[in-house]
Ligand binder design. Structure first.
Ligand code: SAM
Ligand code: SF4
Length: 456
């Protein structure tokens, strides 16, 4: 069994109402950045007092810095099609929603979307699509190949419906970095309720997809649950258990854990069935993922407001999207095309990439456009090992500075250059190893001389 949900329930019951002493004991172990047990995770999930929650956030912030340094990685989603044969009641793309205009991008349109994102400065994209056999694996592979062949995008990730092992092998061979699928809810009765029709009804086929992806040669997989469908404490513990299962079987944790929270969507049938997840809960969720799976990238998307995303970065979120559109073709809207009738759900943070990067820099973190690990094969088991041994922060810091320098030299900063120059100076002053400092200066010169895509 990949996730034993009876055990999840009994752990949450057994650890109910922990004392501050219980929490402090777990945090002193968690601060070593080596992870904690499922039972300890359940105990932290049951912390309700603000003082205890503040201790958890502080520990998570420390672990984030220990593991990845101060860098926060940026990416953008690229929606390929909004056709879908599933009936997920929370999603604007569900098959019976007549309020959405259907669109599938052509290869030319995919290239032009990717180019628009590249012009803003993005190097990392996540392709997203619904489930419809008219837009099969070959369509996704062609999209990936077209983006690599025609743009400067350096890594393409995919959030697509679950596939068989052979199909995943093919997808990997097209050059995809990370394969992402959210279980939505690990609670079987809720899963059945919110997925009334279509292939997605099959809970077991979905939950087993990451085992197939890692078997098929993917080093990096992304998981998550759609917060608001069921009790968030149950979902978070089950998501952590999912990552622990992958580690036990493949020696690699989930590379990313996302925290999508239910948003209003045209034609959504959720109405008042949503389980509440407050902004404070979101902070606790991010903190607990950071402490339980320290090596994971915790991903906060533009579903959340600028203000909350800043708070989530403080307690351990390490990857954020920016300037996102959830309608296919949204980065190059044609005359008459209306975002409202094409999009999957409503976003809350409408700032440009430059604005998001500047606010990250102003808060003392380093915005990073790095894609180095995928290029040099630091993925899967090796990534988990390097990260848990505390070595990754050196790579991340140096690569963040290099990508920021490149961003400035390419003239992407819009009046924000002084902020980024300040970030680079601060980050450089924190590099203690003289040899690395010298190497960085050499690489800066190469960038100034026109060389690009330089990394450690
Ligand atoms: N169609 C594929 C699938 O369902 O796995 C992949 C992409 S789907 C477009 C991406 C994710 O969006 C879903 O896995 C779900 O978690 C999330 N999502 C769907 N409806 C949402 C809503 N109303 N608010 C927030 N996130 C939503
Ligand atoms: Fe389709 Fe995915 Fe939306 Fe479900 S969540 S309706 S599978 S696009």
């Amino acid at each position: 069994m990949i996730v034993d949900t009876n055990r999840i329930e009994s752990l949450l019951e057994r650890t109910h109402a922990p004392s501050t002493g219980d929490i402090k004991k777990i945090l002193s172990k968690a601060e070593e950045a080596g992870g904690i047990t499922l039972e300890e995770t359940a105990t932290l999930l049951n912390a309700t007092g603000e003082a205890d929650r503040a201790l958890i956030r502080a520990a998570a912030s420390e672990v984030k810095t220990k593991v990845f340094g101060k860098r926060v990685v940026l990416f953008a989603p690229l929606y390929l099609t909004n056709y879908c044969t599933n009936g997920c009641i929370y999603c604007g793309f569900r098959s019976s929603n007549t309020g959405v205009e259907r669109k599938a991008l052509t290869t030319e349109e995919i290239i032009s979307e990717a180019r628009s994102l590249e012009e803003k400065g993005f190097k990392r994209l996540l392709l997203v699509l619904g489930e419809d056999s008219r837009w099969p694996l070959s369509y996704i592979k062609d999209a990936v190949r077209a983006i690599y062949a025609n743009t400067g995008i350096r890594i393409v990730h995919v959030n697509a419906p679950p596939m068989d092992t052979e199909e995943l092998r093919e997808l990997k061979s097209a050059g995809v970095g990370l394969f992402q699928v959210f279980q939505e809810t690990y609670h079987r009765p809720t899963y059945e309720e919110v997925h009334p029709t279509g292939k997605k009804r099959d809970y077991d086929y979905r939950i087993s997809v990451m085992d197939r992806a890692l078997t098929a040669g993917f080093g990096d997989v992304g998981i998550g649950s759609l917060l608001g469908l069921y009790d968030w404490r149950f979902e978070v513990l089950a998501t952590v258990a999912h990552s622990y299962h992958l580690y036990e079987r493949f020696s690699a944790h989930a590379h990313t854990i996302s925290i999508p929270r239910l948003k209003p969507a045209t034609g959504s049938l959720m109405e008042d069935r949503t389980f509440t997840v407050t902004d404070d809960d979101m902070e606790q969720i991010v903190s607990i993922y950071r402490l339980s799976v320290p090596s994971a990238g915790v991903v906060a998307t533009t579903r959340e407001s600028a203000e909350l995303r800043a708070r989530l970065i403080e307690c351990g979120a390490s990857q954020v999207s920016a300037a996102s559109r959830t309608d296919p073709g949204g980065y190059n809207p044609k005359d008459g095309a209306k975002e409202e009738t094409l999009k999957q759900f409503t976003t809350s943070d409408e700032r440009s990439l430059d604005e998001v990067m500047a606010s990250i820099a102003k808060s003392g973190h380093i915005p990073s456009l790095c894609t180095a690990c995928y290029r040099v094969g630091r993925v899967g088991e090796e990534f988990t090992q390097i990260t848990t041994s505390g070595e990754m922060g050196h790579f991340c810091g140096a690569n963040a500075i290099l990508t920021l320098k490149e961003y400035l030299l390419d003239g992407r900063a819009n009046g924000t250059a002084p902020v980024f120059n300040g970030s680079i100076d601060d980050a450089l002053s924190e590099v203690k190893n003289e040899a690395v400092k010298e190497e960085l200066k050499k690489k800066f010169k190469e960038l100034k001389d026109g060389k690009r895509d330089i990394y450690f």
